[in-house]
Design a protein around this ligand. Structure first.
Ligand SMILES: Cc1cc2nc3c(=O)[nH]c(=O)nc-3n(C[C@H](O)[C@H](O)[C@H](O)COP(=O)(O)OP(=O)(O)OC[C@H]3O[C@@H](n4cnc5c(N)ncnc54)[C@H](O)[C@@H]3O)c2cc1C
Length: 421
């Protein structure tokens, strides 16, 4: 696959309209307008179960890994300038309250890459003096709409299995309503649902499976309201990040919907037995209220975890904060949090773009560009080796979010689960 003119016969199925899929469909159609690009997801876009569907997200470049810092600085240029993203981007600043040296390391990296910045280390007193004081789903919708405007076909069908012939060539997909869609190339952008989709497709073909390359992991978040008379306190509020032993999580300033959002960083798996393959893998629960905003969340996540972030970020400073809704958000995490953007080595015409590892939202404008480079064989050597299907998994881009327990071990799980039966 090569140039704009020679791509008329090329057809692409992009499965999953989250961060990776939306960006991939957009860049594919924009760069290869003569090709046919179909983007599939389960229902209208943006899908509320997608990790990329959210009240708001943090777009920051302060990585301790310079590789991602440079990529995030590149993505930020699009967030600032491109009309697809700009309306949904607000530069609030970010405050790290932590005692692990992360802020110092980030500041050193910013200086090392020669970025002009306003970052500084402040004492608690200086911080108080300085700060007196969502829109993620709409940005996702904006990029999918832009892709459709470019000519991408959006198909609101879930995919039940991939179609793979006897010669190990992926020829298309079978949808949940039984239709078969064919294409020259199939790109899997199905996030946390990817390991199960491969097991459903070929339960006994281990060469196709994900294995331990990525694991589906959930993290708890909540939205909270506050009395209108306290609004002035958020006027110049930055993103507040707590990285202390007693609190691991962050708060994102109010969106135009006037809601605060909190994340708690200790993630978990949801291990289930897969009948067809006889394997136990982590999968997002099938019930929709286990991946969208809901009250059906174990008490342990509510009371002992996300509540600590709410209490410790604001203490008594804001009167009357009220948690409104909870959500378990599911993402695919690799052992070292590098993404996977590669072809499948054991199945021709099948490609991967995903494993966001709880930090890929900010790259929404640029992910599709890297996927296109991978498809064309022009991805630079460092990215190709870091995002390879098989790799040594050295280093750690964002270790905090690696799952450390299972959903079923969380206090109160049984009380929620009994309503499922
Ligand atoms: C709590 C939380 C907070 C986060 N905060 C940030 C942040 O502040 N900043 C940041 O940069 N990143 C953040 N992230 C990470 C980021 O949101 C994810 O890495 C990113 O959204 C993953 O994109 P994706 O396209 O791989 O998956 P998703 O966005 O989950 O999209 C996958 C899509 O595939 C679809 N799909 C799955 N299976 C099928 C099927 N069989 N048929 C059809 N469609 C299917 C799903 O419906 C979904 O729409 C956060 C993640 C979480 C969970």
């Amino acid at each position: 696959m090569d140039t704009k003119s020679s791509s008329a016969h090329e057809s692409y199925l992009v499965l999953g309209a989250g961060c990776f899929g939306a960006s991939t469909a957009y860049h594919l159609k924009q760069t290869l307008p003569a090709s046919s690009v179909t983007l599939l997801d389960r229902g209208p876009f943006p899908n509320p179960s997608a990790a990329g569907h959210d009240l708001n997200k943090i777009i920051r470049a302060d990585y301790q890994d310079i590789f991602y810092m440079k990529l995030a600085l590149e993505a930020q240029q699009y967030w600032r300038r491109d009309p697809i993203y700009r309306p949904y981007y607000h530069e609030s600043g970010m405050l790290y309250a932590e005692d692990k040296g992360m802020a110092r390391a980030n500041l050193d990296n910013l200086n090392a890459v020669g970025e002009k910045h306003h970052a500084e280390i402040l004492t608690p007193e200086e911080t108080r003096a300085k700060f007196d004081g969502g829109e993620a789903d709409r940005a996702l919708e904006s990029v999918i709409s832009a892709a459709v405007k470019e000519g991408v076909i959006y198909n609101s069908s879930g995919v039940s299995t991939l179609c793979i012939d006897e010669s190990a060539i992926c020829t298309g997909v079978r949808t949940e309503d039984g239709a078969e869609l064919k294409a020259n190339r199939v790109i899997l952008c199905t996030g946390a649902w990817t390991p199960k989709l491969l097991l459903d497709t070929a339960p006994h073909n281990k060469a196709l499976h994900i294995g331990d390359r990525m694991v589906a992991a959930g993290a708890i978040q909540c939205t909270a309201s506050y009395p209108p008379d306290q609004m002035y306190k958020f006027k110049s509020m930055p993103v507040m990040f707590n990285g202390c032993d007693h609190t691991e999580g962050e708060c994102i300033p109010p969106t135009p919907q006037k809601m605060l959002k909190f994340n708690y960083e200790v993630s978990f798996t949801n291990k289930e037995f897969h009948d067809g393959s006889g394997q136990t893998i982590s999968v997002p629960p099938a019930r929709l209220d286990q991946s969208t905003w809901s009250q059906a969340v174990p008490q342990g996540l509510k009371k002992d975890e996300i509540h600590t972030v709410v209490d410790h970020v604001f203490g008594k400073w804001i009167d009357g904060i009220k948690i409104e809704d909870y959500r378990i958000c599911w993402d695919a995490v690799t052992p070292n949090q590098d993404f996977i953007i590669d072809r499948h080595p054991n199945c021709k015409n099948l490609y991967f773009a995903g494993a966001g590892s709880f930090h890929s939202w900010k790259f929404l404008p640029t992910l599709g560009k890297y996927v296109l480079d991978m498809l064309q064989g022009t991805l630079d050597a460092e990215k190709a080796s870091r995002w390879a299907w098989d790799r040594p998994n050295q280093g750690s881009a964002l270790p905090a979010y690696v799952p450390r327990r299972d959903l079923k071990e969380i206090p109160g799980y049984e009380d929620v689960a009994k309503h499922f039966k």
